[in-house]
Design a protein around this ligand. Sequence first.
Ligand code: SAH
Ligand code: SF4
Length: 481
Amino acid sequence: MNVYDSARMADVLAPLGYAQADGPEEADMVILNTCHIREKAAEKVYSELGRLRQIREQRAEDNPEDAGPVLAVAGCVAQAEGAEMLARAPFLDIVFGPQTYHRLPEMIVRAERAAKTGAGKKSSKGAGILDTEFPDEAKFDHLPQPRADIAAAGCTAFLTIQEGCDKFCTFCVVPYTRGVEFSRPGEAVLTECRSLVEAGVREVTLLGQNVNAYHGAAPEGGATGTASAAWDLAELITQLAGIDGLERIRYTTSHPRDMDDRLYAVHGSCEKLMPYLHLPAQSGSDRILAAMNRGYTAAEYQASVARLRQVRPDIALSGDFIVGFPGESEADFEATMELVASVNYAQAYSFKYSPRPGTPAALLENQVPDDVRGERLQRLQALLDSQQQAFNQQMVGRRLSLLLDRTGRRPGQLVGRSPYMQAVHLDGPASMLGRMVEVEITDAHANSLAGQLISGVQGPDLQPTAAMAPSEKPIGMEQIV
Ligand code: SAH
Ligand code: SF4
C-alpha cells in the first residue's frame, strides 16, 4: 500500500511541477514513506534520515545558493511518532500520516514560507510541520485522478480499495496508524481501474489492510445479484472483470474471518481472478490465536483452505506467520508447524514477533526470548522454503500463461508472473513487454522459474519504462508487507 500511496503523492505533486528524481542528490524534496509494522522497518527511517541530512548539508556547503531538499516523512512511522519524530529529527520540514497526504501542497507552501522567513533553516532546523490527523473527509475525495504515466508505469498496478482496520489484533499497530476501516465507493474503484487499463495496465492488485472486508457504496441502482446498497469484494471483482483489456485481478491482504460464500464462489467462477490467495494464519495454536484476537481457530482456517481448494483446486496459497508471540510455548509453535504442513503453501512470509508500542501484546509479561524466537523462525522458514521449492518444482513441463512485466538482468531476458505469482524468466524481445504469453516451464529454482516461449498473443507494444527494469523484488507481496 505504501507503493500505491507514493504514486498518489506523486499525483498530488505533479501539478506543482514536481516529477520523480533519480536520487536525493538532485532532488528538491525527499519524502520517506515509512512502515511501522515491525521495529526493524521503523528503525530504518532514522538511519536513512541521518544520510539525507548529510546530503543536504553537503549540498549547502558545495553551493550556498542550494538550501538542499525539503525533507519529509510520510506513512505509519510518521503517524505513530509525530511530534516525537520532530523532536528527534528537528531538521525535518514535514511529518505527515497516511490519511493526510492530499494536503501535501499546503504543507509544502508552509515549509517554503518558513524557509524564506528563516524559521526553517534547512541545515539544522527544519520547518517542523506536522499533520497526523485523521480528517473527517476521506482523502480519496480530494486526490486528483491518478496520472496514468505515474500509476501505470508498467502493465501491472496496485489499486487501494479499502483502508484501515477495526480488528485490533493484539500485536498490530495498523488500527492505530491507518485508522478505522473505510471502503472506497464501487464507482470510484471502477473509474480508477478503467483509466489504468487505458494506460496499458493488464493486471490490477486490489489493496486493503483487510481487503475482503470491503463493502463500498454501490453505484445508483444497487448491486447485481444482491439487493443491498453496498458492493462486497466478490461483487467488485465481478464488476472489474467486465472491463475489456483487464486480464488479471488479484487482491491482498485478506483476513480469514472475512472469507464469505460469495467470495469463495467467485474464485471458482471468475476467470480473471488469479488462482493465488494470500491468507495470513499467523499461528496454528488456538490458544495463541485467541491471545492474538484473531477470531478463528486453526480448524476454521483449514476449513477456509479446503473450501478454496474445492472451488479452485489449483489455487496457490500464501500466508503470514508470527513466531514467538508472548506466551508461545514449544507446543504452540509445533501447532503452527503442523498447520503449515497440512496446508502446504506455495510461498509465505514469516516474522519474529516484534513488540509494538501501544499494542496490548507489547505489555504482556511472558515475552519469548529473542534466541528462542530466532530458532523457531529458522525451523518454520526451512519448512516453508521446502514447500515453495516443491511447489515450483512441480511446474516443470507445464504450460503457464504469463504477463511479461519487466526485463531481466541478462540482456534479452524478460520476466513475467505466472498465475500463481511466481516470477518466470525467459528469452524474448523487449517489444513483448506488457503482453500475455504462453510458456513451457523448463526449470525451477527456489524463488523463480525458467520458461520457453510457446506463443504470444497480440498486444500493444509498450516502451520499456523504469518500472519494467530489472529488480531484485519484482512487484509482489514483499513490497506490500
Ligand atoms: N491485515 C492482515 C495483516 C497486515 S500486517 C491480516 O490480518 O492478516 C502484515 C503482516 O505483518 C501480518 O500478517 C503479520 O504477520 C505481520 N505483523 C504485524 N504485526 C507484527 C508484529 N508486531 N510482529 C511481527 N509481525 C507482525
Ligand atoms: Fe493488523 Fe490485520 Fe489484525 Fe487489522 S486484521 S489488526 S491489519 S493484523
